[in-house]
Design a protein around this ligand. Structure first.
Ligand SMILES: [Zn+2]
Length: 254
């Protein structure tokens, strides 16, 4: 069987030391989605890999199918190292959190060009000290939207009436936003129409764009609460990285 080498853009999600000098890396590639690759000599071969296999690095890879699920990485070149992520513990924690969400929610072996653009834009934005709360909210929102959740923001999930004023109840277990009539008696989160409008508008921008958004404190807070409800309802367990992230964002003791 011929095994032609393939080229692809990829982002390193995680690396695992294997034996004396090899590495196993998880990648999100543009054309092939989630991949796990074996890099022979990955820890020592400066010529073939250099520091290209560090987590969160954007690379061009040449690879071929290997044994079982693991592809065999032939070489890798750095496109962007995102070194700026390492200047802030919070940015680093946010990068790790996004990677864990993708690994929990994406299927292996499916092309993920949109998710690739999303992660790339997010890491690039965090690497230049972008606003952490905004980055996290936009990432989570676009991720769940791509996966087909919360299709209903600006109209009621159940009776489809368009909202034009007032408080709206958001309940992901019932499809998203609910009008006062449909929400009566149930629980859910009360959010402002302004928040839903801002989130909805942000979904009409390119998926990898993170700069030039101006969300107010209310939108950031309500949006964060909405997205944690959505994620709780779709994740099989709480992400491990969430704890570290919460520690890095804990408000300073007075
Ligand atoms: Zn309704």
């Amino acid at each position: 069987m011929r095994r032609e080498p393939r080229n692809d853009s990829a982002i390193v999600l995680r690396q695992l030391h294997y034996g004396e000098s090899d590495l196993i890396v998880s990648l999100l590639s543009s054309d092939y989605g989630l991949l796990r690759g074996f890099a022979r000599g990955g820890r020592k071969s400066v010529k073939r890999f250099g520091s290209a296999l560090e987590p969160f690095t954007q690379i061009r890879i040449r690879w071929q199918p290997g044994r079982g699920d693991l592809i065999s990485l032939l070489d890798a070149d750095i496109v962007a190292s995102c070194r700026g992520l390492r200047q802030s513990l919070e940015s680093l924690a946010l990068a790790g959190y996004a990677v864990e969400l993708l690994e929990m929610l994406l299927q292996e072996g499916e092309a993920q060009p949109q998710m690739y653009s999303l992660l790339q834009g997010y890491l690039n934005y965090l690497a230049v000290q972008g606003a952490p709360a905004l980055a996290r909210l936009l990432f989570e929102l676009r991720l769940v939207q791509q996966l087909g959740y919360i299709p209903h923001l600006l109209h009621c999930s159940e009776c489809f009436v368009q909202f034009d004023a007032g408080e709206i109840v958001f309940d992901p277990s019932r499809g998203g936003s609910l009008c006062a009539v449909c929400a009566a008696g149930g629980d859910g989160l009360h959010v402002g129409l302004g928040t839903l409008g801002s989130l909805s508008r942000s979904l009409r921008t390119p998926i990898g764009q993170f700069d030039e958004f101006h969300f107010g404190t209310r939108t950031l807070n309500e949006g964060a609460a909405m997205l944690s409800l959505v994620l709780e309802s779709i994740l099989p367990r709480a992400p491990k990285s969430l704890r570290f992230l919460q520690q890095t964002t804990a408000p300073d003791e007075p």
